[in-house]
Design a protein around this ligand. Structure first.
Ligand code: ADP
Ligand code: ARG
Length: 332
């Protein structure tokens, strides 16, 4: 059952009626995506940091259930270096893991999140971010490509190669994230496309590190350093209790999704494959991202929980889950 529906009792609806967050979001705005898409799993989005305060009576139980994070707990963790000895390459021969990607979602402190931001504020934010990104040096130096100036062909090619986002789906459309598309959106990347930043998609920033093969520790370390360079120049929206704040409550805390594209031709056919991954605290997606299908036995496997655990723990959960999946694939 959709979590927004499950926890929005008649009494709570009455309590929250008339409540308004600083961005102007009322209850109807917070739950619009779930209301218009009854097959949502969560069904609620925040228009700014204040939504998590004003509508906490709804968000807290949703967050508690999704992240196994009791409402009286506090997020812990900040992106610490990883001991690469504990996370060796799981697939040094590149037999099963095609590629590894870690992204974090970030929003800029004091600016409305994509579900609520105005067209002008979005453009202004894009200019601000661009100044930050253009300041990156060395291995993080790269170039920005605005969606508004991009040919359809380039857009298609970058999306097919897993670098660029698609236009938001119906869930994001209802949440208000697709307004004024494509203005104010774009992608920054280094020449080898191992460090990328999405601007003004579901969150102000999605900061991404990726490469071919299974080098999880390398990908993590690049992300950690690049993220630090960006955060030196711009403050991220964050709360003591919920960690980094995102438009969707599934991305709170570390806001980190670490994933691999992995070949699991046998295991992926098992009827209990989804359940098995869930037990290992892993999420399963197809190879073109969320709500896409698997192709040729290749799956996108990532950590499910992002809040209440550290970034290093996100990686450790993915690592040990993958170890088990690889063993099961080999031994049945
Ligand atoms: P997000 O990861 O930001 O939540 P998606 O699930 O839509 O969003 O994925 C965004 C893009 O990243 C998609 O094109 C997806 O195929 C690609 N991607 C995700 N994980 C990997 C990976 N391990 N290797 C290569 N591409 C990946
Ligand atoms: N709103 C959708 C739902 O509730 C997606 C939630 C998670 N995905 C995301 N991109 N935020 O099912």
């Amino acid at each position: 059952m959709m979590l927004a529906e499950k926890y929005l009792t008649e009494n709570l609806r009455k309590t929250l009626n008339g409540v308004q967050a600083e961005c102007g979001f009322k209850l109807a705005d917070v739950i619009r995506s779930g209301h218009e898409n009854p097959d949502s799993n969560i069904g609620a989005y925040a228009g700014d940091a204040d939504c998590y305060v004003k509508f906490s009576a709804l968000f807290d139980p949703i967050i508690a259930e999704y992240h196994s994070f009791p409402s009286d707990s506090e997020h812990r963790g900040d992106i610490q270096p990883l001991d690469s000895l504990t996370i060796p390459n799981l697939d040094p021969d590149n037999a099963q893991i095609l590629s590894t990607r870690i992204r974090v979602a970030r929003n800029i402190e004091g600016v409305d999140f994509p579900p609520a931001i105005t067209a002008n504020a979005r453009l202004e934010l894009e200019r601000r971010i661009l100044r930050v990104l253009n300041n990156l040096k060395g291995e993080f130096a790269g170039s920005y490509h605005s969606l508004a100036n991009m040919t359809e062909e380039t857009q298609k090619q970058l999306t097919q190669s897993h670098f660029l986002f698609k236009k938001g789906d119906r869930f994001l459309d209802s949440a208000g994230v697709n307004r004024d598309w494509p203005n104010g959106r774009g992608i920054f990347y280094t020449s080898d496309k191992t460090f990328l930043v999405w601007v003004n998609e579901e969150d102000h920033l999605r900061i991404i590190s990726m490469q071919q093969g299974g080098g999880l520790a390398n990908v993590y370390e690049r992300l950690r350093q690049g993220l630090e360079k960006i955060n030196e120049q711009v403050p991220f929206a964050r709360s003591h209790r919920l960690g980094y704040l995102s438009s969707c409550p599934t991305n709170l805390g570390t806001a980190m999704r670490a994933s691999v594209h992995i070949k699991l031709p046998r295991l992926g056919q098992r009827r209990d494959f989804g359940k098995l991954c869930n037990q290992l605290q892993l999420s399963v997606r197809g190879i073109h991202g969320e709500h896409s299908k698997s192709e040729n036995g290749i799956w996108d496997i990532s950590n499910k929980q992002r809040l209440g655990i550290t970034e290093v723990e996100c990686i450790e959960i993915l690592y040990s889950g993958l170890e088990k999946l690889i063993r099961l694939e080999e031994n049945g």
